[in-house]
Design a binder for this molecule. Structure first.
Ligand code: ADP
Length: 633
């Protein structure tokens, strides 16, 4: 193979410039990143050997060797993992395959300070080598196939070269760092040992140090799988460092769960809730899941069969000796023990969340802000854990705005005397808070849950009650409110809140608006606005209607009901027009205006804005003419 000089992809170069020219307080993380890459490569080779894709030698043991060469000012990290051929080298460390890179660069530019912590989060760990080295050489030999040693080399400025090398190495990869002048500290064995201990102690393979003095290689890490250790022997820092190792997330996790399960199926698990939702969590191609080990042997990185979709944000490791070593996707899906482990893990996670909600509400609120929408996805009738899940739900409400939330149990606790139902308003606009539908509720101090996410309507299709209280939308059907103070005072006397005294007028209005409304009635929910539209009890939520329309599905529509506020002057005005001339254009115009206004309050523009404007002016002109006549009298 001839020596080839290639250009880094623009993004890589941009990234390198940032890595090299920004001043970082902790260069030392380069070693963590390179050891982590080495460990991943050994994981992959073990897996290849296991599945028989590329035969591995039975006696083969994964190991990583860090070598200090003081004379040549070099530090190298060698692994006996998969290795890379020329094409893989150019692809993997010349371009950045991961789409997270662009976001990484953006985040880095916005947040200059957090640079070091961010490296690794988006899969750019290798390039951290250029923080300490002005020349990086990679020698690599692909395992499992007859191949030669390939040498990749770069100064981190614009280009890299690839050529065949006559050096001989075992299969695997050796990264040689030619240290910068001011990076002498990384030639000190004590420093290197400390860094390995601090960041890479739990790496599952021995990390050996060859300190260049001719002494025998020394194993530096304890190699203990953290998840197999008793809980009280693991420190918070160790947990966090391990979390960073498996997720490349720079922040500490929000919560963790360390499980040692015994009984029908035995397994250990170390699971984490990230503090922020992963950037691609809501994308259909989100690559979630936990790492699966079978008795210490790494099987797969992103196992999706151990957690339901609605817990796909959880990261971590599950290790069981009760699974077959030679597992494929199909085996995993059909294995009885996998199902048992999944059930057990899910139940513990839900228990953990319930406890956090009870004991550490602020943390739980944070969790909810990031992952609440995903939890709601799990609220469907096919889910056996539905009742546990509904207990975990939080909502915004008319009494819990901004950053606060209320749970269904808390809502029930503070219901008004005589209140039977849990009320909610479903709307994705901020204007919802001023919706006429909320008027009577705010007057009576009845809390209303605000459903503002598209997943809410989906969830509400299956969530009709909680703890024997029905969930009722405030903007549909008849209202069945507890009697308010005013009602009690009026009880037995005035029946102005009912349709009876206005039945002729209401019938007339309905005639005028035929085809647009299914009924016109006196409202029990308005205190200030003149009128509002109320959806029919059985109609679909508007977001589902919209979704069906966008999918060209026929949407069963039921016309809404127009409700008129009996306390509002509009009722008297309409009545007068009706009594003066029931067939007059004025009454018809006013009816159309009322209908359009009620729609506007729901965020719906009048179907015929021109006619709406003409009607308004006709009413204004009439009112002005009336006043003028009165003045001249
Ligand atoms: P990440 O490891 O987060 O994917 P890196 O920039 O550190 O990102 O590495 C890019 C890719 O290069 C890796 O995904 C892997 O395919 C390859 N790679 C890096 N180091 C090694 C290694 N020691 N052995 C084999 N492949 C490696």
């Amino acid at each position: 193979m001839k020596r080839q000089t290639k250009k880094f992809k623009t993004e890589v170069q941009q990234l390198l410039n940032l890595v090299i020219h920004s001043l970082y307080s902790k260069h030392e993380i380069f070693l963590r990143e390179l050891i982590s890459n080495a460990s991943d490569a050994i994981d992959r080779r073990r897996f290849e050997a296991l599945t028989g894709d590329k035969t591995g030698d039975n006696d083969w043991q994964g190991r990583i060797i860090v070598t200090i060469d003081r004379q040549n000012r070099q530090l190298s990290i060698a692994d006996n993992g998969t290795g890379m051929d020329a094409a893989e080298l150019a692809q993997n460390i010349g371009t950045i395959a991961s789409s997270g890179t662009r976001s990484f660069l953006q985040t880095l530019q916005e947040n200059q300070k957090g640079g070091t912590e961010l490296i690794g989060q988006f899969g750019v760990g290798f390039y951290s080598a250029f923080m300490v080295a002005d020349l990086v050489t990679v020698l690599s030999k692909r395992a499992g196939i007859e191949s030669s040693v390939v040498k990749w080399e770069s100064k981190g400025a614009g280009t890299f070269t690839i050529e065949e090398s006559d050096q001989s190495i075992d299969s695997g990869t050796k990264v040689i760092l030619h240290l910068k002048d001011e990076m002498d500290c990384y030639l000190d064995p004590a420093v290197i040992k400390r860094i390995i201990k601090e960041y890479s102690d739990y790496i599952a393979y021995p990390v050996m140090l060859n300190d260049g003095t001719g002494k025998e290689d020394e194993q530096v890490n304890s190699q203990k799988a953290l998840w197999k250790q008793p809980r009280d022997l693991v420190s918070d820092e160790q947990y966090s460092e391990f979390y960073r190792h498996i997720t490349h997330d720079h922040a500490d996790p929000l919560g963790r769960l360390h499980i040692a399960a015994e009984g029908t199926v035995e397994f250990k698990a170390l699971l984490f809730i990230p503090s922020k939702a992963q950037i691609d969590l809501f994308r259909p191609d989100y690559n979630g899941g936990v790492q699966l080990y079978v008795n210490n042997v790494f099987i797969t990185d992103r196992c999706r069969d151990l957690l339901p979709e609605y817990l796909r944000f959880i990261r971590g490791v599950v290790d069981s000796s009760d699974l077959p070593l030679n597992v494929s996707r199909e085996i995993l899906q059909n294995d009885r023990n996998v199902h048992l482990i999944k059930k057990n893990v899910v139940s513990r996670i839900l228990g953990y969340l319930a406890e956090t909600m009870k004991e550490q509400r602020e943390t739980y609120d944070k969790f909810w802000r990031e992952f609440g929408c995903i939890i709601k996805e799990g609220c469907h009738p096919g889910n056996n854990d539905l009742s546990k899940l509904t207990g975990l739900l939080l909502f915004k409400s008319t009494q819990c705005l901004d950053d606060k939330f209320v749970s269904l149990a808390e809502y029930i606790e503070r219901m008004q005397e005589g209140q039977q139902h849990i009320y909610y308003l479903s709307s994705d606009s901020d204007a919802a808070l001023h919706s006429p539908h909320l008027e009577v509720f705010s007057k009576r101090g009845i809390e209303v849950l605000l459903m503002d996410h598209p997943v809410d309507d989906f969830m509400l299709m299956h969530l009709s009650e909680y703890d024997r209280h029905m969930l009722k939308p405030v903007d549909r059907g008849d209202l069945d409110l507890p009697a308010g103070k005013d009602d009690k005072e009026q009880a037995g006397g005035d029946d102005k809140q009912t349709d009876k005294p206005h039945s002729d007028l209401l019938r007339k209005l309905q005639d005028i608006l035929a085809g647009k409304v299914s009924d016109v009635r006196i409202s029990k929910r308005l205190t200030d606005s003149a009128c509002c539209l109320v959806a029919h009890e059985n109609s679909l939520p508007s977001s589902l209607e919209q979704m069906m329309r966008s999918m060209n599905q026929p949407v069963p529509t039921t016309n809404p009901v127009l409700e008129i506020n009996p306390e509002h002057p509009v009722l008297q005005i309409t009545k007068q027009l009706f009594e003066n001339n029931p067939r007059g254009e004025e009454l018809a115009g006013l009816a159309e205006v009322l209908y359009a206004q009620a729609g506007i309050a729901n965020g719906i523009l009048p179907e015929d804005p021109g006619a709406f404007n003409r009607n308004i002016w006709a009413i204004a002109r009439k009112a002005y003419a009336g006043k003028d006549a009165a003045n001249t009298e």
